[in-house]
Write a protein that binds this ligand. Structure first.
Ligand code: ZN
Length: 69
């Protein structure tokens, strides 16, 4: 059975990271920020075999730590 992510890739869509639990990334600890990104990357890689270089922060909320990561 094909999942939504695999279907979107097969249709030619670009897949990016949008965090795991959709927090305001500018308001969470650096360790939590890393976990938000890495957990999502891990699931993407396990389910599709692909990784992404794209990240769109929820709400567009960023600060120096968000941009550095
Ligand atoms: Zn969103």
């Amino acid at each position: 059975m094909i999942g939504l992510t695999e279907l979107k890739i097969a249709e030619g869509h670009v897949i990016g990271n949008h965090s795991w639990s959709h927090p305001r990334l500018s308001e969470i600890a650096a360790s939590d920020l890393a976990a938000e990104i890495e957990k999502t990357e891990y699931i993407l890689e396990v389910t599709t075999g692909l990784r992404t270089l794209l990240m769109r922060p929820p709400y567009g909320a960023v600060n120096g730590d968000t941009l550095a990561n």
